[in-house]
Design a protein around this ligand. Structure first.
Ligand code: FE
Length: 135
């Protein structure tokens, strides 16, 4: 059964509101290069919103340095902000992560993360919009 989303747009509508890079990642499940993206090394306190629909997905509180070159989190900001499905884009199956509200591809989920969850949400910077905490 095809998953349905609260925020839906045609491909042309997404193209009109996203940058080319955001479109390729969010709508085409492309992966940006490691270490050459906006947030992998960002240590500022704040919230990461979905670049497609502005839903808050991750917090700096659960961000850690996975040394992979992508922003990595050990859990999402709240339950049911992201959803997962199995993809077969490589020869082995992976757990794909997408935004609950717009379906935008975020990255992948691995089980080699730190405690307490042991999870690693490996996310593309291009799929996120960072909002620093107000001090
Ligand atoms: Fe979204």
């Amino acid at each position: 059964m095809k998953e349905t989303f609260e925020v839906t747009k045609t491909e042309a509508e997404w193209k009109a509101v996203l940058s080319e890079e955001q479109f390729q990642v969010l709508r085409k499940a492309h992966t940006e290069p490691p270490f050459k993206n906006k947030y992998f090394d960002n240590k500022t306190a704040g919230t990461y919103l979905c670049a497609g629909c502005d839903l808050p997905l991750f917090s700096s509180k659960e961000k850690y340095d996975s040394r992979t070159g992508w922003p990595s989190f050990w859990k999402p900001i709240a339950e049911d902000t992201v959803r997962t499905k199995t993809d077969y884009l490589l020869i082995f199956p992976r757990t794909e992560v997408h935004c609950r509200r717009c379906g935008g591809h975020q990255g992948h989920l691995f089980d080699d993360g730190p405690p307490p969850t042991g999870l690693r949400y490996c996310i593309n910077s291009a799929a996120l919009k960072f909002v620093p905490e107000r001090s």
